[in-house]
Design a protein around this ligand. Structure first.
Ligand code: NAD
Ligand code: ZN
Length: 346
C-alpha cells in the first residue's frame, strides 16, 4: 500500500487562468519565474492579459522533449539572476516536466540526471503551479518529471515532482492541431490501459482509469469537449501516478532515447505491436483508422543491431513499470530477446 501524494489544489473551467496572478501573490514573496511553451512566443496574445509583466518569463524550447542538460542550463540561468520562490509552468508535458524538475533543482544540488529514478530528492522543492496547454500526458497530475540524459529516459519520480496548484483552462488547448492532439491523447489512452492491466492498481486508480478511458473513447468518436479532454488527461495521470505504466512506456522510452521519437508518437508505434498483452490494441487500431493514420516501419534496415540493443537496454531499465506489468518475476518473462523481437516488429 502506498501513501499517495496528489495535487493539493486545482481550478477547472473556461478562463480559470484569470486566477493566476492572485495565486502568485498569495504564494510568492520573492521572484516568480514563469516557464512558457515556445508555441506561445509567437502567440503571446492568448496569455498576455493573464500574466503580470513584473514576473520573469522564460520561453522553453519544445523542439525536443526535455533533456537533462537543458534543464541544468535553465536552473543555472535562474540561480544566477533571480531569487525565485515560485515556478509556473504553462505548456505541454515537455514544459510541465521542465518546470517540475527546475523547482526541484533550485533547492537540490547537482545535476538533473542525478535525480532520475525513484525517491532520490532530498530537499523540498519550491512552490509550483502547472497549467497544461495540450492534454494527454497527465504530467499536470503525476509525481514524475520525465527527461532524457545521455544514457536513459527516466523521470524524477518523487513527491517533490507533484504540482502544488494546477489550473485547467480548456480555452488554452483549443489551438492544438489535430496531429498533436491525437498522439498526446493516445498517450492518455495507453496510461489508462497500462494502469488497468497492471498488478499495482487499486480501487481508486481503477476508477480513474476506467472513467478516463470511457470519456476518451467518446472524444475519439468525434464528441470533442475540451474540458472533458482535460479531465481524461488528469485522471489518466492520477491512475498511472498511483499504480504504474506497463510494457508500452518502457519500449517507447527506448525508441525515444535512441531515435529521438516524440513521446506520444513513440507510444503509438509501440502500442501498435502489443496486442498479445493488451486486447485494447484492437480499439486503438480502429481509432488510428478513423483518423487516417497509417504508421510507418520505424525499425528498418537503417537502424543498426547496436542501436536496437541500446533500445532494449533502455527498455529494461524501467524495472517498476515492468514489475507492474508482469509481477515480481518479470525478468524471467520479459527478456532482452523478447524486447528485441518486439522492437523489430515496430
Ligand atoms: P509537448 O509538450 O512536447 O508539446 C508538443 C507540441 O505542442 C509542442 O510543439 C508545443 O509547442 C505544442 N503545443 C503546446 N500547447 C499548444 C497549444 N495550446 N496550441 C498549439 N500547440 C501547442 O507534448 P506533450 O505530448 O504534451 O508532452 C510530451 C512530454 O511529456 C514527453 O517528454 C513525455 O516524456 C512527457 N510525459 C510526462 C509525463 C509525466 O507524468 N510527467 C507523462 C507522460 C508524458
Ligand atoms: Zn506517457
Amino acid at each position: 500500500m502506498k501513501n499517495c501524494k496528489i495535487v493539493q489544489n486545482y481550478i477547472i473551467g473556461e478562463n480559470s487562468i484569470k486566477k493566476l496572478n492572485e495565486l502568485i501573490s498569495n504564494n510568492s514573496k520573492k521572484d516568480t519565474i514563469i516557464l512558457i511553451d515556445d508555441y506561445f512566443e509567437n502567440n503571446y496574445s492568448i496569455l498576455e492579459n493573464f500574466i503580470n509583466n513584473k514576473h520573469k518569463i522564460l520561453f522553453v524550447s519544445t523542439k525536443t522533449e526535455p533533456k537533462s542538460e537543458y534543464i541544468d542550463e535553465i536552473v543555472k540561468k535562474i540561480k544566477n539572476n533571480y531569487q525565485p520562490d515560485l515556478i509556473v509552468g504553462i505548456g505541454g508535458g515537455t514544459t510541465l516536466d521542465i518546470s517540475k524538475a527546475t523547482s526541484i533543482l533550485l533547492t537540490n544540488n547537482g545535476k538533473a540526471e542525478d535525480y532520475q529514478g525513484w525517491d532520490l530528492v532530498k530537499n523540498k522543492s519550491i512552490y509550483k503551479i502547472g497549467i497544461p496547454t495540450i492534454s494527454g500526458t497527465g504530467a499536470e497530475f503525476t509525481r514524475t518529471a520525465v527527461m532524457t540524459s545521455p544514457s536513459k529516459k527516466l523521470g524524477i519520480n518523487s513527491d517533490e515532482s507533484v504540482f502544488d496548484q494546477v489550473i485547467l483552462d480548456p480555452n488554452l488547448i483549443k489551438t492544438v492541431p489535430n496531429d498533436k492532439f491525437i498522439y498526446t491523447a493516445m498517450d492518455c489512452f495507453v496510461h489508462n490501459v497500462e494502469s488497468l492491466r497492471g498488478t499495482q492498481n487499486d480501487s481508486m486508480t481503477i476508477a480513474y482509469a476506467e472513467k478516463s478511458l470511457e470519456m476518451l473513447k467518446k472524444i475519439f468518436k468525434g464528441e470533442m469537449d475540451y474540458e472533458k479532454l482535460m479531465v481524461c488527461s488528469a485522471f489518466g495521470g492520477l491512475a498511472v501516478a498511483n499504480s504504474n505504466v506497463g510494457i508500452c512506456h518502457p519500449l517507447s522510452y527506448g525508441l525515444s532515447l535512441v531515435l529521438g521519437l516524440r513521446h506520444g508518437y513513440a507510444i503509438t508505434i509501440a502500442f501498435n505491436q502489443l496486442e498479445e498483452y493488451y486486447p485494447e490494441v484492437k480499439d486503438f487500431k480502429l481509432i488510428l483508422e478513423k483518423y487516417n493514420i497509417s504508421l510507418p516501419k520505424i525499425i528498418d534496415e537503417s537502424v543498426t543491431e547496436e542501436q536496437i540493443s541500446k533500445m532494449a537496454d533502455a527498455t529494461l531499465l524501467n524495472e517498476k513499470p515492468l514489475e507492474n506489468a508482469f509481477g515480481k518475476k518479470w525478468k524471467e518473462i520479459f527478456t532482452k530477446e523478447k524486447v528485441i523481437e518486439l522492437l523489430k516488429k515496430m
